[in-house]
Ligand binder design. Structure first.
Ligand code: RFL
Ligand code: PHB
Length: 389
């Protein structure tokens, strides 16, 4: 089989890229390791920047977003018993949308057949070959049969654990990494949110986040040590912890309900500084990871593929490779700024086991400063809504 662009991975990066290329008449195939059911049921991000929602509107795959997305004009940082509202609408003239990655992924997969975007699910042993040549190809097995797709380009959109990054020789790369000594324990439940807008809290019991998916579905997280296992947490214990943190500061208090999902995710900052090698281009979590504080991961995947699709379209339409040459540099400039903001907010809002009283007072003092300074609030708001492309 032959195509113009072979895309590895059907997460947000691969799906958005596939649709953007198809909208310009470029042939592409998405090769995904997991089943459709698995991909559609992963619970992850919830906050979309304008960069991401603009792509959905441009593609016309926005019925779900228009019907169920919640416009957020502000969010809150909290210390102990005080809420600091960051009025993003007033400070930036923009907003973010609460719309789940799960729903966004489902919308993009549902829209694929009508737009002749082929997605091959359950592709095993995916390998990238000859990426330095003019004729790279991807091999895999599907239903026990060996397959080979030759392409002009390969887009590695296969997340942090996929094979694309490893197809780049070690001597061509630089990696930057920071692992955090804690994870986020998350719960999703069909209960009304405790507060009209998100709350990121750094209280005496550690970090917690109150988020939502809809007026009847809540998403909460708390910071837990990396040694903690899911089995250590009954739903009851987690609801008790959330109530202790959010009842004093939220408008409605925490409503308990049975969990639709509970999981622990480690926190990491990571940048892989070779987003291109020959005819292979990386996008999304395949090339970088941010801690979820600040909600940047999915949005960075979207901005990467906005740059990459423009560059591939210029190649096919105008015969110009200038944008392909500039891709890594343009994408990394935005990625590093999002890395900085996610790291900053993570440092500000979590309890680090190695920190003493002094560092904690520094956090409290900085939050106190944020509460009193519109300039500080504007910096946070500008980063939260997403920097321009
Ligand atoms: P994905 O979503 O990981 O998709 C990669 C796809 O590649 C497939 N794959 C392979 N396919 C073929 N062959 C192989 N060998 C393969 N190996 C892997 C995978 O099955 C998968 O389908 O990467 P992508 O597309 O780059 O998207 C990135 C986002 O998913 C990620 O950055 C966000 O979820 C991060 N994130 C958040 N981002 C936000 O912008 N806002 C948020 O509010 C937000 N909250 C979060 C988050 C991530 C979290 N976790 C679980 C890490 C909250 C959490 C808890
Ligand atoms: C979520 O709703 O899952 C969410 C919201 C904000 C974040 C991270 C995750 O910063």
């Amino acid at each position: 089989m032959k195509t113009q662009v072979a895309i590895i991975g059907s997460g947000p990066a691969g799906l958005l890229l596939g649709h953007l290329l198809r909208a310009s008449g470029i042939d592409c195939v998405i090769i995904e390791r997991q089943s459709r059911d698995y991909v559609e049921s992963r619970i992850r991000a919830g906050v979309l920047e304008t960069v991401t929602t603009d792509l959905l509107h441009k593609l016309g795959i926005d019925a779900g977003l228009n019907a169920a997305g919640l416009m957020e004009e502000g969010f809150n940082l909290a210390t102990g018993n005080t809420l600091i509202r960051i009025d993003i609408a007033r400070l930036t003239g923009k907003h973010v949308m609460v719309y789940g990655q799960t729903e966004l992924t489902r919308d993009l997969i549902d829209a694929a057949p009508d737009r002749q975007l082929e997605i091959i699910f359950e592709a095993k042993d995916v390998e990238l070959n000859d990426v330095e040549s003019e004729q790279p190809f991807v091999t895999f097995t599907k239903d026990g049969i060996a397959q080979r797709i030759t392409a002009d380009f390969i887009a590695g959109c296969d997340g942090f654990h996929g094979p694309s990054r490893r197809a780049i020789p070690a001597k061509k790369i630089r990696e930057f990494e920071r692992e955090y000594p804690f994870g986020w324990l998350g719960i999703l439940a069909d209960v009304p949110p405790c507060h009209p807008e998100l709350i990121y809290s750094n209280g005496p019991r550690g970090f917690a986040l109150a988020s939502m998916r809809s007026p009847t579905r809540s998403r909460y997280y708390i910071q837990v040590p990396l040694t903690e296992r899911l089995e250590d947490w009954s739903e009851e214990r987690l609801w008790g912890e959330l109530a202790a943190r959010f009842d004093p500061i939220s408008k409605h208090g925490v409503t308990r309900g049975s969990a639709l999902e509970m999981s622990i995710a480690p926190l990491r900052s990571y940048v892989f500084e070779a987003m291109r090698h020959g005819r292979l281009f990386l996008a999304g979590d395949a090339a970088h990871i941010v801690p979820p504080t600040g909600a940047k991961g999915l949005n960075l995947a979207a901005s990467d593929v906005a740059y990459l699709s423009d560059a591939l379209i210029a190649h096919y339409r105008d015969g110009s490779d200038a944008a392909l040459e500039a891709y890594a540099c343009r994408a990394l400039s935005r990625i590093w700024k999002a890395e900085r903001f996610s790291w900053y907010l993570t440092k500000l809002m979590h309890r680090f086991p190695e920190d003493g009283d002094f560092e904690h007072r520094m956090q409290i003092s900085e939050l106190d400063y944020v509460a009193s300074s519109e300039a500080m609030q504007r910096v946070i708001a500008e980063n939260y809504v997403g920097l321009p492309l």
